[in-house]
Write a protein that binds this ligand. Structure first.
Ligand SMILES: [Zn+2]
Ligand SMILES: [Zn+2]
Length: 268
C-alpha cells in the first residue's frame, strides 16, 4: 500500500494567509492510486511545486467550506491538473471530480466548472462513492454564515478523516467512530479558546471517547498563536506531548509544511 498524505500547508487563518509563516496550501491525499487535493488555500499551486508533487495527477478536488484559507487556489489547481486544455475546436477536456458545498460553486467561474467531469454538491451526512471508496461528510460547527463539512474516507483496509474547521459538539466522538487516522484542524494550544475553532484542552476528552481508539492523530491548520512571531513561544512540541500523555492515541504527528507521511506508518 502506497497511500500517503502530503502537507502543503500546516497553517490556518488570516495571519498565515498574509505572512505564509506556515503555508496554506491544504493537503494532498493519495489513496488507491488516486490523488486528491483537499482545501487548496492561498499558495497551493506554489507549494505543490515547491514540495515536488505533480499537479497533473490531481483528479479529486475537495473544498470543505468557503473560507479563503481553504478555497483560494482551487481554480489554479483545477486548471493545472491537465496539460492540454482543449482540442483544436476549443472543446475543453473534462477531467476530475469536485466535492464541495452548494455555496462554494458560485465562487468558481463557469470556465473552470466546465473543465470538470463531476460536481458533487456535498454536506455533512452525505455519502458519495468515488471509484469504490465511500466518502462521508462529517458534521462541523464553524461559521454560522456558510455551510461546511469534514470528510471521511472509508477504504478497504482503513478509514481516514479530516475534521475541517470546527468546534467540538455533542456527537463529535461518534462521528469519527471506526476512523484509524484523524487529521485535526487545531487552531490554538492548551486552553486558549477560539470561537469557531478548537484548542487542545477542549478536544482531548472528545478524542478519548472515539471508539475504538484512533491509531494516529495528525494536528494541523495551526493559527498564529501556536508558534508564529505573534505567539509568545512555539507551543507545538508541548501540544504533541500533551496529546501523548493525555489521550489514548498511539501516534501523534504535528504537521509541518512539506511533510510527507506514508499511511502504513500511521496504522501501526
Ligand atoms: Zn481554516
Ligand atoms: Zn474556516
Amino acid at each position: 500500500m502506497n497511500d500517503e498524505l502530503v502537507i502543503l500547508g500546516s497553517g490556518g487563518g488570516r495571519h498565515h494567509i498574509r505572512t505564509q509563516y506556515r503555508a496554506t496550501g491544504g493537503i494532498i491525499y493519495k489513496f488507491n492510486d488516486i490523488q486528491a487535493h483537499i482545501d487548496p488555500g492561498p499558495g497551493a499551486i506554489v507549494r505543490i511545486n515547491q514540495f515536488q508533487e505533480d499537479p497533473l495527477k490531481t483528479e479529486l478536488f475537495i473544498v470543505t467550506h468557503t473560507h479563503v484559507d481553504h478555497y483560494n487556489d482551487l481554480s489554479a489547481i483545477i486548471e493545472s491538473s491537465r496539460e492540454i486544455l482543449h482540442d483544436r475546436n476549443y472543446n475543453y477536456y473534462k477531467k476530475g471530480t469536485l466535492i464541495t458545498t452548494n455555496g462554494m460553486i458560485q465562487y468558481i467561474f463557469d470556465y473552470h466548472i466546465n473543465m470538470l467531469e463531476n460536481i458533487v454538491r456535498f454536506k455533512a451526512g452525505n455519502t458519495y462513492n468515488y471509484k469504490g471508496v465511500e466518502i462521508i461528510g462529517t458534521k462541523t460547527v464553524h461559521s454560522p454564515k456558510n455551510e461546511g463539512f469534514g470528510i471521511r474516507f472509508k477504504l478497504k483496509d482503513y478509514s481516514l478523516a479530516f475534521t475541517s474547521d470546527t468546534m467540538v459538539y455533542d456527537g463529535f466522538s461518534e462521528e469519527f467512530s471506526g476512523v484509524n487516522i484523524l487529521v485535526l484542524n487545531l487552531l490554538r494550544p492548551d486552553s486558549k479558546v477560539c470561537k469557531r475553532h478548537l484548542c487542545t484542552d477542549e478536544v482531548i476528552p472528545f478524542l478519548n471517547k472515539i471508539d475504538p481508539p484512533l491509531n494516529s492523530l495528525i494536528i494541523t491548520h495551526f493559527g498564529s498563536y501556536m508558534d508564529s512571531p505573534r505567539s509568545t513561544k512555539n507551543y507545538v512540541p508541548s501540544q504533541v506531548k500533551k496529546f501523548q500523555e493525555s489521550s489514548n492515541i498511539k501516534n501523534i504527528v504535528a504537521a509541518e509544511d512539506g511533510l510527507k507521511i506514508k499511511i502504513r506508518e500511521l496504522l501501526k
